[in-house]
Design a binder for this molecule. Structure first.
Ligand code: M6R
Length: 604
């Protein structure tokens, strides 16, 4: 959600565009850049894609520049249009600012600045930052930015360039991420590591309430009192290749195909024989022995992974596991104590509601374990401990491989906790080790069948996903996936809830995606499927390879391997990912960047 890129050093205008292109996956609706030329700032911005901006400035792409800032905007204050796009400027057009986040007191600041003679032209909250810096600028850009940030309430990551200050650019953050790196050619800052990994793998994550001054090939970091602070470098292993499509039509499809590798990477070093080793958790063993409750906090797909943890852990022992959507959790009057384990799941580690939820937990004295994919993300820095899912960069907005990676690590966590509590599960540990190969085989053999099924259902506008037990979270996730990339109405229900209302929706135009694998609840699912058939609904069943009863009564079948009950959610999850992908692909939609969505939801 919104992307910032900037550099100072040897470069070209095109470098700003290339930086933005690597941030496109975050989701945006306009793009812009600013750089200096002969003592003036040149600002170019356009509604729409980075390519539109690129075409508009085609003649200047090769121009050599020594500094610039760039932005992809996802509108919050004011329509997505050229005026509201970033950079925003001051009255004299000497200062340009790009900004991610929301300035909560922007209306009051704007009114005050207007009364002091400043002229505003956009509807954005960002423009107040440019005018504040103008107000405070007395020759020292760092100091002016520092003073301006002291006036701001809310969240921000900002990049600032000044026409008269040729040898530095300034960045600052509060609750919106920024990462900095340098090499012999220059210093660079971006919203995440994706545009930086080709420049250097050693990066510094700016902390909350810090300001960075970038010069060619060097940078310094200050706190809000102006005191210089130490830089902590972090090494990023991701290589550039892993952020490219590698021959697939879409990142989403590439990422689904990476899932067997994601599972084995998540298991790597954590499973030895029949035992689980989570070295990150070792010093919490006493805490775990004493646990009375596990709280899971997450949003979207990560929330669904959390629900699967609940079902899995409860299958190991009766236990109090609560799973809550972060945007609700953060406003609840929650009871937190030291006999609880609070697990925050976030692929990006930057989801605003999840971050606020863990801040709430910590303020109440609770412990937070983060599960994230992004090394050095805000969540991982604020949590007490982190388990990384090691899935590599997930570029497609729709989360697929990160979900599978989250489930894998959550299963490891569940088995680890249960072993610390006294129960070992050697068979389950061995079964997990076999999973990468099974998933690989499954994708290889079933991808075409799932595509054919999707082709037959591409004309429908509504879908109902139903499942029970451990496969209930899978239907929520299946419906979410279809909604977000194919813009089709899809609802997920516990199959037992059908009679309490949702069945009224069903007719021949409202197909049902039913999960009826060979588990303890299959008989119940069979009855539910018959109920939907009696309403003339077409039924696609996800069922086990050896099934006869379900397949003989439904219209279409997706077969998953015969596995232990608790492993079905992996195969059901992947089936629904491929189904949604193929429906959306059939409709020629922008699968990796669905409308209205952002990869990283850094605002509330
Ligand atoms: O980065 P996070 O895991 O915290 O993101 C949470 C959700 O925004 C995310 O899972 C979202 O639902 C995805 N678009 C789903 O595909």
């Amino acid at each position: 959600m919104c992307g910032i890129y900037g550099f100072i050093g040897n470069g070209k205008v095109e470098d700003l565009i290339n930086g933005l292109k690597k941030l496109e996956y975050r989701g945006y609706d306009s793009a812009g850049i600013a750089f200096s030329r002969n003592g003036s700032l040149i600002v170019e911005k356009k509604t729409g894609k980075v390519d539109t901006l690129c075409s508009a400035i085609n003649d200047t792409l090769e121009e050599k520049i020594n500094a610039g800032i760039a932005h992809t905007r996802w509108a919050t204050h004011g329509m997505p249009n050229d005026i509201n796009a970033h950079p925003q400027m001051d009255c004299e057009k000497k200062i340009a600012v790009v900004h991610n986040g929301i300035i909560e007191n922007f209306a009051a600041l704007r009114e005050k600045l207007i009364s002091e003679g400043h002229k505003f032209i956009s509807q954005t909250d960002t423009e107040v930052i440019a005018h504040l810096i103008e107000k405070y600028f007395k020759g020292d850009l760092l100091e002016a930015v520092r003073l301006a940030t002291l006036d701001l309430d809310g969240t921000y990551a900002i990049g600032v360039i000044h026409a008269d200050v040729k040898d530095e650019i300034i960045f600052a953050r509060r609750k919106s991420p920024l990462v900095i790196t340098k090499n012999e050619y220059g210093s660079y800052c971006a919203s995440d590591v994706t545009p930086l990994i080709s420049l250097s793998r050693d990066v510094v994550f700016l902390e909350d309430s810090q300001i960075a001054r970038l010069k060619k090939g060097a940078f310094e970091i200050f706190d809000l009192s102006g005191k210089q602070v130490e830089k902590r470098f972090c090494h990023i292993d991701w290589d550039e290749k892993s952020a490219e499509k590698g021959g697939y039509k879409h990142f989403m499809l590439k990422e689904i195909h990476e899932e067997p590798r994601v599972i084995s990477d998540a298991l790597m070093g954590r499973v030895k024989g029949e035992k689980i080793f989570l070295k990150e958790m070792e010093d919490w063993k006493d805490h775990i022995k004493n646990l009375r409750k596990i709280n899971i906090i997450a949003c979207g797909t990560s929330y669904h992974a959390g629900l699967i943890f609940k079902y899995f852990f409860e299958s190991l022992r009766p236990f109090d596991v609560e799973v809550e959507v972060s945007s609700e959790f953060r406003y609840r009057n929650v009871l937190i104590d030291d006999r609880m384990l609070n697990v925050a799941i976030s692929q990006s580690g930057e989801t605003a509601d999840t971050l606020e939820s863990i801040r709430l937990v910590k303020s109440l004295g609770g412990r937070v374990l983060a599960l994230s994919n992004v090394v050095g993300s805000t969540l991982t820095r604020e949590a007490d401990k982190t388990l990384y899912i090691n899935a590599g960069p997930e570029i497609s907005v729709a989360s697929t491989k990160a979900y599978i990676g989250q489930m894998t690590v959550l299963y490891l966590l569940a088995l680890y906790i249960d072993s610390v509590m006294g129960k070992e599960h050697p068979e389950k540990v061995k079964a997990l080790s076999r999973l990468p190969e099974l998933v690989d085989q499954f994708i290889l053999t079933q991808e075409k069948t799932i595509k054919d099924v999707a082709d037959r259902y591409v004309g429908y506008s509504n879908f109902m996903y139903i499942g029970r037990g451990m496969n209930y979270p899978s239907v929520l996730e299946g419906a979410l996936k279809l909604k977000e990339i194919s813009y089709t109405n899809a609802v997920g229900y516990q199959a037992g809830e059908l009679k309490h209302g949702p069945i009224a929706l069903l007719d021949e135009k409202f197909p049902v995606m039913a999960v009826a694998v060979d588990d303890d609840l299959k008989g119940k699912m069979l009855s539910n499927i018959l109920e939907t058939k009696a309403r003339n609904a077409h039924v696609v069943a996800v069922t086990s390879a050896s099934d006869h009863d379900v397949s003989s009564i439904v219209n279409d079948v997706i077969r998953v391997p015969d596995v232990e009950n608790y492993l079905y959610p992996f195969f059901v999850g992947i089936s629904f990912q491929l189904f949604a992908y193929n429906v959306a692909n059939n409709r020629n939609l922008n699968i990796d960047m669905p409308r209205n969505l952002a990869k990283s939801v850094t605002v509330e």
